[in-house]
Design a protein around this ligand. Structure first.
Ligand code: PHE
Length: 356
């Protein structure tokens, strides 16, 4: 019995896994285990022998069972320790030890604009950057021969040979989203549509790809007054001042009637731009009352509905607000520029916590 004891106690101590331990259990105290078989022999013994061997065998069985349980617990502890060591994290480390990237001013300003107009009840709409000339021109009251088409320096997509349908274009403005939104939602509508637009132009203030935000508000009782108020609310919130005077300058767009150029009051004193005061005017974009033909093209009844639309240049707003001198640098992906003018990814613009 002493041999059995030392054999199993040693084996159990050396078991490397729970599976090995289970094998040992079966081998020692399982139904046909070595110790169990010994217990069956008790029946063949004389009562005196049994009286001595019985308790001793039971004690041995208990001892082996206890050793098995202890080893099992020890193995589980060791496994847990190993897992804890492997999965250890220093939760006191900063989440971003080095700044790896930043939010581009165009993205930042788009978020700011979206936050402001969301507060005014405007949803965000989208349209494709490659669009048919119907959406980009015809539906906006610019028929084939219209001079505005030529003025827009349009990029045309190539058609395959023999295909003489009119070519698609890279949208020259976000106004086609007006039509798509009318088709999709019907009236009333209150949306903005920020996005990329394309024109063949390149200098300090023009790049072939740039960003506009379209605004469209359609209902049964909308006037130029609503347009002006909306633009004033937007401008003051965007430039983070109490009030900015908006001036309408008579203009012409085929898709609005009447049409107005949007100017914000400002001063350039000492070379720095101040918004809302001074005797200068900053050109911000185009606007007007949606032309009845445009409503019609979008499937909205001009006898019942009318509305305003505007288009603002997002890149230009970003340059003015954050003092960025050259538009071309926006799209050159120069890491030094991005580091300097970029925004931290953790600062989400909203009207309550501050826009910028
Ligand atoms: N789409 C015009 C442009 O790109 C701007 C505009 C939008 C004017 C909406 C009036 C109404 O120049």
């Amino acid at each position: 019995m002493d041999d059995l004891r030392s054999k199993y106690i040693d084996l159990i101590a050396g078991a490397a896994s729970e599976a090995a331990l289970e094998d040992l259990r079966v081998q020692a105290v399982g139904k046909k285990g070595e110790i169990s078989l010994k217990m069956r022999e008790l029946g063949k013994m004389t009562p005196e022998e049994r009286q001595k061997a019985g308790p001793a065998l039971n004690a041995l069985k208990d001892e082996v069972n206890a050793a098995l349980a202890a080893k099992k617990a020890a193995l589980a502890d060791a496994a847990l320790e190993e897992r804890l060591a492997a999965e250890w994290l220093d939760v006191t480390l900063p989440t971003r030890p080095t700044r790896q990237g930043s939010i581009h001013p165009v993205s930042q300003v788009t978020e700011e604009i979206t936050a402001i107009f969301a507060e005014l009840g405007f949803a965000v709409a989208e349209g494709p950057q490659i669009d048919s000339d119907w959406y980009n021109f015809d539906a906006l009251n610019m028929p084939d021969h219209h001079s505005a088409r030529a003025e827009m320096d349009t990029f045309y997509m190539a058609r395959s040979e023999g295909d003489d349908r009119p070519p698609h274009v890279l949208r020259t403005h976000t106004s086609p989203v007006q039509i798509r939104t009318m088709e999709k939602l019907g009236a009333p509508i209150r949306i903005i549509a920020p996005g990329r637009v394309y024109r063949s132009d390149y200098d300090m203030t023009h790049t072939p790809m740039f960003h506009q935000v379209e605004g469209l508000c359609i209902d049964t009782d909308i006037s130029m007054a609503h347009l002006k108020w909306t633009l004033e609310e937007f401008a003051a919130a965007f430039f983070e001042v109490d009030h900015i005077e908006v001036r309408f300058r008579a203009s012409h767009f085929p898709f609005t009637e009447p049409s107005a150029e949007i100017d914000f009051r400002c001063s350039w004193e000492g070379g720095t731009l101040k918004l809302g005061e001074g005797d200068d005017w900053l050109e911000a974009g185009g606007s007007g009352m949606v032309h009845p033909k445009v409503l019609q093209a979008g499937g909205v009844d001009p006898a019942k509905y009318q509305g305003f639309a505007f288009g603002l240049g997002i890149d230009r707003l970003a340059m003015l607000k954050y003092g960025i001198p050259d538009l071309r640098a926006f799209f050159e992906s120069d890491l030094r520029w991005l580091k300097h003018y970029g925004f931290t990814s953790l600062a989400q613009p909203n009207l309550h916590g501050g826009l910028s």
